[in-house]
Design a protein around this ligand. Structure first.
Ligand code: GAR
Length: 188
């Protein structure tokens, strides 16, 4: 049995999709969700799905070793950032080399970096009249959205598309590709 720890900050629809996919299709499992926002809907999903979840604050993440020690206890084979919005601290990155991956809702290196998350990304894509967008799954390093790219998938952006339309297309790509890439990495 291989373990996956998920970090999420908000709704957690990707987290739920990954949990269900692994349960239905593999020997792997999500055994812990870590969340920086006590009001995030992902915590409701965790409860419903019977997955352990813990919240933490900035001090526990950046100053003390609380989050690092908690992750170690869960013995993850992969750490997955699924809609997690805080920068990852170097001590955790160093403790889990090549074991931390993120999904970004655009085609990096475009529309990445600080402040580029969720709807900000899709608004910028529409404002710039892009004809395509998509997802990027990549390793996490000490800079936002700059780790080595593992996988990208694209979707068309039509002239009539709103940011919400793009978000919906990108979410569909995320649901389709992210669990498969996670399974692939765990199978290597
Ligand atoms: C996803 O679209 C994910 O790609 C994005 O947040 C959304 C979370 O949705 N992540 C980022 O923007 C990270 N920079 P979810 O909470 O429903 O899974």
């Amino acid at each position: 049995m291989k373990n996956v720890v998920i970090f999420a900050s908000g709704s957690g629809s990707n987290a739920e999709n990954i949990i269900n996919y692994l349960e239905e299709n593999t020997n792997f499992r999500v055994n812990l969700i870590l969340c920086n926002n006590p009001k995030a809907f992902v915590l409701e999903r965790a409860k419903k799905l019977n997955i352990s979840a813990l919240t933490f604050n900035r001090t526990a993440f950046y100053t003390h070793n609380f989050v690092l020690e908690t992750i170690k206890t869960a013995q993850p084979d992969l750490i997955v950032l699924a809609g997690f919005l805080w920068k990852f601290p170097e001590n955790i990155i160093e403790a889990f080399p090549n074991k931390i991956i993120n999904i970004h809702p655009a085609l990096l290196p475009k529309y990445g970096g600080k402040g580029m998350y969720g709807d900000h990304v899709h608004n910028a894509v529409v404002a710039n009249n892009e004809t395509e967008s998509g997802i990027t799954i990549h390793y996490v390093n000490e800079n936002y959205d700059e780790g080595a790219i593992i996988h990208q998938a694209t979707c068309p952006v039509l002239p009539t598309d709103t940011a919400d339309d793009v978000a919906a297309k990108v979410h569909e790509l995320e649901y389709e590709h992210f669990p498969k890439i996670i399974t692939q990495l765990l199978s290597e």
